[in-house]
Design a protein around this ligand. Structure first.
Ligand SMILES: *Cc1c(COP(=O)(O)O)cnc(C)c1O
Length: 389
């Protein structure tokens, strides 16, 4: 503590749980994500109870911390890996190759060959060229075809970059067969942070029709991979995980007859609520005497872990030592010398007027897509540190 509010009688953050209690009081010399892997475990059990016969393939990119991966391996989770690096990490911690899918639709040929030699047998594809690479470097492998989702009710939609349309997907099943691959079925992603199970319905209707078309064309499909999208709490109401997952499964079971195998790939929904970031206020200011907004500059920003504030899509909740006191609207920004490093401006955040440089701030439910999005050292600011308690 360096500035205005430092001192013996400084007010304390009111911690909501063990994780926040640690993050509120431990000494850190830089912004730090504190993880409680017991909460990952609790969330795994909740999702699993609703998902029933579906296999959980944790989307490693959400948070690859070894304590999380080790716990999930012990719980029997499977993994969705996006790269050779993620596969190597899972294998090195004891995951079995047959429990890892290579789910990125954009893979280097050399990485496909490596994964094949490491025992990975299931790959995603959404294009002819990708199937050709897989056939050449992982001959005989199993594949699923990723579809574009036309409708998304997600807070963080992923619609444009991945997947192909219905006619292309149906054709790729034939291409895969002709190349000596085993086409297992389809995958899709409803969009990340889909807050309620019923928001899945249009996507599942769309996918169910394509599933039926493939069966009518003579494809004996056995796998539907429903991707991620399971939400975390950021202040707006979400359905509880067990109930949410059970409702999704009910809708899935009604639409994909013959799906012997169902995969789900939660990322955010498994780990976001298991993490809290501890950072500090670096500066508070007003740009003019008449400015109704204060600017609050934190020690963490867009480039050091809070990338999902892009477009103000994900709105985190904050805890400060002055909560309960009078508040005012703040524009929240990161510390770097880049004008894009503003977190919330279109919709300013209400923060205590007493907040001042040196105060610790907790950013709640930040276990997903923070440490993985943190740049190595942009502008000389250290990347997000991570500790598991
Ligand atoms: C990122 C990703 C996920 C995880 O999505 P969440 O919304 O975090 O659950 C699942 N599947 C694939 C293929 C992904 O790329």
């Amino acid at each position: 503590m360096t500035a205005a509010n430092a001192g013996a009688s400084a007010p304390q953050i009111r911690a909501a749980n063990r994780l926040e209690a640690f993050a509120a009081t431990a000494e850190f010399d830089r912004p730090t994500l504190v993880l409680d892997v017991d909460r990952v475990e609790a969330q795994y059990h909740a999702l699993k109870s609703g998902l029933g016969r579906a296999d959980i393939h944790y989307a490693v990119k959400a948070n690859p911390h070894r304590a999380i991966l080790e716990r999930l391996i012990a719980l029997g989770s499977h993994f969705d890996a996006a790269s050779r690096g993620e596969i190597e990490l899972c294998l090195s911690l004891g995951a079995k190759a047959e429990h890892i899918s290579f789910g990125n639709t954009i893979k280097r040929a050399a990485d496909i060959a490596w994964a094949h030699s490491a025992g990975i047998t299931v790959f995603a594809a959404d294009a002819d060229e990708e199937l050709e690479k897989i056939a050449a470097h992982a001959p005989g492998a199993s594949v699923y075809i990723r579809l574009i989702v036309e409708t998304s009710n997600a807070d963080w939609p992923l619609t444009r970059k991945f997947g192909c349309d219905r006619d292309t997907a149906l054709r790729l099943l034939d291409v895969a067969k002709d190349l000596g691959l085993t086409p297992l079925g389809f995958s899709f992603h409803v969009g990340s942070q889909t807050r309620r199970a019923e928001f899945w319905e249009p996507t599942l209707d769309e996918m169910g029709a394509i599933w039926q078309a493939a069966r009518d064309a003579g494809h004996d499909l056995g796998l539907i991979n429903i991707g991620g999208g399971f939400p975390a709490f950021y202040g707006e109401a979400i359905q509880a995980p067990a109930e949410y997952a059970a409702r999704v499964m009910e809708m899935v079971e009604a639409r994909f007859p013959g799906a012997a195998k169902i995969m789900a790939e939660p990322g955010r929904g498994l780990v976001a609520e298991a993490g809290v970031i501890a950072c500090e206020v670096m500066l508070t200011s007003r740009k003019s005497e008449r400015d109704v907004h204060r600017w609050v500059y934190l020690s963490i920003g867009r480039f050091s872990g809070l990338a999902e504030t892009e477009g103000e899509a994900i709105r985190y909740e904050f805890a400060t030592p002055h909560d309960g006191g009078p508040t005012g609207p703040c524009i929240l920004a990161g510390p770097s010398c880049d004008s894009a490093d503003v977190l919330y401006e279109k919709r300013p955040t209400q923060l205590p007027l007493a907040l001042a440089a040196g105060d610790r701030v907790l950013i709640r439910n930040t276990g997903a897509y923070t440490s993985t999005y943190s740049s190595v050292c942009f502008n000389g600011f250290p990347p997000l540190d991570v500790v598991a308690i």
